[in-house]
Write a protein that binds this ligand. Sequence first.
Ligand code: FRU
Length: 473
Amino acid sequence: MTENEKQLHDAAYQAVVKEGARVEADPYRQVYHRMPPVGLLNDPNGWIQWNGTYHLFFQWNPFAPDHTHKFWGHWTSEDLINWNEEPIALAPSEWFEKNGCYSGSAMELDGKLALLYTGNVKDENNQREAYQCLALSEDGKTFEKKGPLVNSQPEGYTAHFRDPKVWEENGAYYFVIGAQTESEEGQVLLYRSTDFQEWDYIGPFAGSHLNGLGAFGYMWECPDLFKLDGEDVLIVSPQGLEQQGNRFENVYQAGYFTGRADLEAPSFTHGEFRELDEGFEFYAPQTTLDEKGRRLLFGWMGVPDSDEEHQPTTSAGWIHCMTVPRVLRVENGAVVQEPAEELEALRAGEPLEMKVQLAQGAEAAVTPASEIVLETNSASEFSITIRDGLTLTYENGLLTMSRPSFKDGSIETRSTNIASIDELRLFLDSSSAEVFVDGGRTVMTARFFPEPEANIVRISGEGSVIWRSWELA
Ligand code: FRU
């Protein structure tokens, strides 16, 4: 470890020691979602199961709940439920990453755990440079930096060039990476290597004005390309899309295309862009293939540039968390996300079960961390109010989530059209809700900040529902 690296690690650990107790006392700390020990968390990085152990890294600013510094924090798990905090994986100690160890991915390389990530550099005039860097670990705990493998973006692109997602296929290594053309169009570019040292730029793979797509945003972040159920899936987080009715309601989107990839051309014949999540907070997800053959996704339960400074936890010294792990599959060209089955191990005790006549309505006390499953196929409309902080209504084929805005308390909504709903599965935590509709065909995710003592969930509407709920511990 270089002296500079050691100093940064020490400073980060000191921030945890100094702020940890105050952060832990915050009533909005989550029970079963991954959070930063202090400071800010954003994208999931380096998500992999390696030698049986799950490794999840995260963009982390240990010093403040803002985006001014970026380290890679690190957790491991054997079961997706119990997680260990590991030593800091990457700190921005070297010249090629001095303004942040930005997002990237992991794979196994010659028996080692390899991280490929973006070194973000800004000069005194705020001019950006982007380096795609390698770090290697033999023990999965300490990482040795090997420096940049790719020193600049290709001709015709700006230095908004980041977030390599790497994989091995047919004896070659590939990565897709987020990029911006000089005319400010968001794209994903493809690189290939035979030895992981020399990387060739193959060409633009997907994006604005490619493969029949028109203008589609000014920057594409965090691409992820994989095969699933016979389709090629490209997940990406585009910036600069205009809202169209109830599509693209957040400041930036996270979604996917399915289709047919050609890595030689390169090209990607694909259908329309669909959002992965219809709620308020979801961005920059990353997937991996685990040893059970599952395509597992973690998302960041946050969105950049979205009034983050007004989220109530910032005054307690921390902000943001991950979603629950979700298992993906493709059905009729659409990505379906189901909570990983391991989460059932969180269910404590016997469920509360009841049949509710919605005209009379019902209310039940819940613990902040709970799971509610509602069979709604006999309900024509319903409204669910969770701890007086978040409301979900279904009426005339429109599912709407509403909450008071963090900024000024005015009610804000996110909606999606769904012709009929058979089942809702709600994962509630102290300050978040993830709503899985019909086995994950639609998902809505949000942070919300009810009075900490609030514990009532109310439901009303027309028709009836069967309710089952569990405390999660
Ligand atoms: C997405 C992102 C990435 C970048 C990282 C920096 O949220 O902006 O493009 O690598 O966050 O923290």
